[in-house]
Each structure stands twice: as C-alpha cells, then as structure tokens.
Design a binder for this molecule. Structure first.
Ligand code: PLP
Length: 415
C-alpha cells in the first residue's frame, strides 16, 4: 500500500461535508488568524492523519510537538477515558485525587520542588513573568514596578499581549500596542551582550534553550552554560521555555540536559497534554514559586482532573525512556537523509532529536510553496519565517516513514 491509499476499514466517517464546504465554512465563519493548508483531518493514528476524503498524510508537524506521543495513543486515551468517567473539573477551590500525584510526579520529572499548573504555553510564560517579577521584588529587593526580564531576539513564547511585547516578529506586534514594559532584548547566543544587559533590576533571563519557531536554532557551544553562570553571579533567575523543546522531542526529557545546564525555572506545555488536552506547567524550587500566594495568580482550568490524569500518563511514558531513545535514533536518520538534500534545493539543515529546521533555497520557491507541494505528496509540514521548514513528526514515526517523508520532500524541492 502506498502512503496515499487508504485501507477500506479505516475510511473516516467524518461530518459528511466535502472539502470545499469545509473550506467555505472556515473562510466565512472563522477568524483569519491562520492560513491553513487545504487538508481537512477526519481521523489520525500514529504519525498519520486521514482527511475527509480518505486520503492519508504523514504528519511532520505533530501540532508543533503537542502530539509527540502519536495520534490516537491508546495508553493516553485510556487514561483520558478513565478520568472522563470519574471527575473532569473541580476548580482549584477544592482538591481532587489526581492533583497531588500530578504535582509530585511532574516536579520529580524535571528535578524541581514544586509546580504551578496552567493550560497553554503562553499562560506558562505569563505565569513565569509574574513569578520572576514578584521574586525580584520580594526576594531580590528590586523596587516594585522596576523589574526587568531579558529575552532573546528571534524568540517565540506565545501570542498574549505581554508575550508579544517582547517579540521581535513584526507580524506578531503590528497594531497590537501598547505593549507591556519591562523587557530587554539581546541577540540569542551572545553571552557578552547578555552580560551587558544585566542590571541591578534584572529579575530573570527568559530563553528557549533551542529556538523552535525561529527555525530550530541551536545554542552556540557553551552559551547556555554561560547564561547559567551569569544568572548565578548576578542573582537572576534563568527561565528555560521548554514548551516545545521539552518532553523527549530533542532526544532527552529536557533540551537543557544536552547542554549540562539546570535553569531555575522550567516551562512545559504542548506534549504534556498528550495531544488530548492543553496542559502547561511552571516548575521551580519553593524559594521561587512560594512568592505566589492565594488570590495572586490562578486559572479555572489549570491543574484540572482530566489534564492531570493525562499528564500523569505522559510522565509515566517518559519514564520508560523509549521516546527519548526514538527521538535520538530516528532523529539521526532524519538528519542523515536531510543532509543529502543540501545543495539540492536546501541551503542548510539544523536539527536536534526529531526536530529539524530546513532552509529552502529561494530559487525552488517559498517555504509555503514547498509545504503545498509536500501536501500534494502526502506529507504535512509548516514553514516558518518564509524559507524554513520545521519538521517534527510524532516520536512514534518509523524509519520507513521518515524515508517516505524525505523522499516526498526531495520531490517537492525539485518540482
Ligand atoms: N513557548 C514556546 C517555546 C512555544 O513554541 C510556544 C508555541 O509554539 C509557546 C510558548 C506558546 O504555546 P501555546 O500556543 O500553547 O500558547
């Protein structure tokens, strides 16, 4: 069977509407804040998505790593189903029986003492900004309202008003001002610039250890260790946004492990919800997280029973090390195959684990054009910043599926 054929027993039921009608409804009634490729998913399994016409596609985006453990992961679905039949939401005014175990398990996973659960990645970042400011004020003695947070150029930390306030992506900001003050931006990978930006009012340095949306940009050798050293020397919190890089994507549970650094605060999201529910988390030791007291921060849905149950299963799965190993092994294979495309429509490849940024030679088309050709060839991927493809399949992908996707990419680059 080729990738484009569908076995008869997996024909999706769907809503009965054809693709054109789905496109019309979406175009007419949905805000145009995305420009989706014209594929309408009906079902999914492992690394494959089947659309409403029964055509199958290899998913090389995996919802930006949120589906790292594969579509329709039976173990994760079973945990969700079991919890659906028990209790799904209490609010944080009461405890529930998944909450304490989740907190203990996720804290142990990253080696921190405590967790503040939220839902989306952007909320985790917002929470970290508040925690860092309050820590700066209460613990470091920065005058209230004067705390500064240093961020890196090219960052992507989400879409809320405060988070886009410290973005340098013009499209993310244009027309959305006024912006939240209190942020300073330095070039990513430049410890000298970081050292120069630190002042007595610096509460935190907030970084993605590997910049995802920027195109899977890896830190220069020694950079994160120097960030750690500067933060320690100046009594500044090192906050690592591992919302996309974390939870096995890079071949380790946390991307920071590759670089031998331990930040003060970890931010997790995406894959923590197993591709089923949004779950994010801010993790730190008590001396940091204890600056937040009752009524000072929270979320109706943060730490809800369903989220905790699924995230606990994600943590248990990570405990086997299987997905970290798969990311390393299949990532090495993907890298080897992608390297062979350099000079054949690709100008550069960067990767870590099963996560690759592929710069497309502008002479073969835009990133979007290549994604459209990939779609026609049965592979789903998304461009970033015009000319870069970001590849990150579910970690359940097989050796042969990696080959299928890279073969399709080779064709998409030569058409
Ligand atoms: N932080 C990083 C590093 C991300 O890559 C993203 C999303 O891509 C976010 C934060 C925001 O996550 P969410 O879309 O769940 O708000």
């Amino acid at each position: 069977m080729t990738m484009l054929e569908t076995p008869p027993d997996t024909q999706p039921a769907g809503t009965g509407l054809d693709v054109a009608e789905h496109l019309r409804l979406t175009d007419t009634y949905a805000a145009h804040n995305y420009a989706p490729l014209p594929m309408v998913a009906a079902t999914a399994e492992g690394a494959w998505i089947t659309d409403v016409t029964g055509r199958r596609y290899l998913d090389f985006l995996s919802a930006y790593s949120a589906v790292s453990f594969g579509h329709h992961n039976e173990r994760l679905l079973a945990s969700a189903r079991a919890q659906l039949d028990r209790v799904t939401l209490t609010g944080r005014a009461f405890l529930h029986d998944q909450f304490g175990p989740f907190c203990a398990e996720v804290a142990a996973l990253v080696g921190k003492q405590a967790v503040l659960p939220m839902n989306t990645g952007a909320e985790a970042v917002e929470t970290a900004v508040k925690v860092a400011r309050k820590w700066g004020c209460q613990v470091k003695g920065i005058p209230d309202g004067c705390a500064e947070i240093i961020v890196a150029a090219g960052n992507f930390h989400g879409r809320t008003t405060t988070v886009v306030s410290f973005s340098d992506d013009a499209a993310a900001r244009a027309g959305f001002g006024p912006f939240t003050p209190g942020f300073r931006m330095v070039p990513y990978g430049d410890p000298t610039a970081l050292a120069a930006a630190i002042s007595p009012n610096t509460a935190a340095v907030l970084l993605e250890p590997v910049q995802g949306e920027a195109g899977v940009v890896l830190p220069p050798a020694g950079y994160l260790a120097q960030v750690r050293q500067l933060c320690t020397a100046h009594d500044v919190l090192f906050v690592a946004d591992e919302v996309q890089s974390g939870l096995a994507r890079t071949g380790r549970t946390l991307a920071c492990e590759h670089y031998g650094v331990v930040p003060d605060v970890y931010l997790l999201g995406k894959a923590l919800g197993g591709g089923i529910v949004p779950v994010s988390a801010v993790l730190a030791d008590r001396a940091v997280l204890d600056v937040v007291g009752p009524n000072e921060h929270g979320s109706t849905f943060g730490g809800n029973p369903l989220a905790c149950a699924v995230a606990r299963e994600v943590i248990a799965i990570l405990g086997t090390g299987e997905y970290q190993r798969r990311a390393r092994e299949l990532g090495a294979h993907l890298r080897q195959r992608l390297d062979a495309l350099v000079g054949q429509g690709v100008t550069a490849v960067r990767s870590i684990g099963l996560w690759a940024g592929v710069d497309v030679d502008p002479s073969v088309g835009t990133g979007r054009a290549v994604c459209e050709r990939l779609l026609a060839g049965g592979v789903l991927a998304k461009e970033t910043h015009g000319v870069t493809l970001r590849l990150g399949p579910p970690l359940t992908v097989t050796h042969d599926e990696v080959d299928l996707a890279v073969d399709a990419l080779r064709c998409a680059l030569t058409r």
